[in-house]
Design a protein around this ligand. Structure first.
Ligand code: SAH
Length: 193
């Protein structure tokens, strides 16, 4: 069965994120990605989650508490565009996930924006472990969504193919702008041992 963009992103995370890894949830939202990542990294790992909405942080804190997964997670009430400073002393990440757009059941005008999303991706790329992914689930049905999607596709299509593989995944016959997944994989470069 063909997986939805979100389910496919989860499959890719399960295949690459290991126990003890340091990973990023760039858009905590309702916490589904945070819970999955916390499960995958386990008590010896670390998930850093970002969200600009207090409500998202609070909801996710409760979800983690109920699941007994608070230990490996640090939730930051700040934009993912600050990820470079947060990761300043940290060499390697085992993956990162972005679930873009607005938070369902919340203010539809608080949306992720192309400039800040790209700034975050750009800061994460050098830290990504070889063989791991930066995953972007991109929604385009809301006001501002198509602009972010087009900017991301343009940015990602210019990434050096010697360093990264970039996949665009999505259904092309569905109405109402189904989300797409952009998956960026760090490649092993020929000069590496
Ligand atoms: N559209 C998705 C959910 C997206 S949630 C779905 O249907 O499942 C996106 C989250 O990103 C929201 O909780 C929002 O508050 C958050 N967000 C917006 N701008 C952000 C930023 N600069 N940094 C981190 N999170 C941000």
């Amino acid at each position: 069965m063909l997986l939805s963009a979100v389910d496919f992103s989860h499959k890719l995370l399960k295949e690459t994120v290991c126990k003890g890894d340091f990973v990023i949830d760039a858009t905590v939202g309702n916490g589904n990605d945070t819970v999955l990542m916390a499960t995958l990294v386990g008590p010896t790992g670390k998930v850093i989650g970002f969200d600009v909405q207090k409500q998202a942080i609070e909801t996710t804190k409760q979800k983690l508490l109920l699941a007994g997964l608070t230990d490996p997670v640090t939730l930051l009430h700040q934009g993912h565009e600050t990820v470079a400073e947060v990761l300043a002393d940290h060499a390697e990440i085992g993956g990162a996930v972005f679930n873009l757009g607005y938070l369902h059941g919340s203010d539809k005008t608080i949306i992720t924006q192309k400039d800040t999303t790209i700034r975050a991706v750009n800061a994460l790329l050098p830290k990504l472990r070889i063989g791991s992914y930066i995953l972007l689930v991109v929604y385009s049905g809301h006001a501002g969504g198509m602009e972010e999607k087009n900017a991301l596709l343009e940015y990602c299509s210019t990434l050096n193919q010697a360093l990264f593989k970039v996949l665009q995944y999505g259904f092309i016959n569905q109405i109402n702008h189904p989300p797409i997944l952009i998956a960026i994989e760090k490649k092993k470069t020929p000069y590496m041992k």
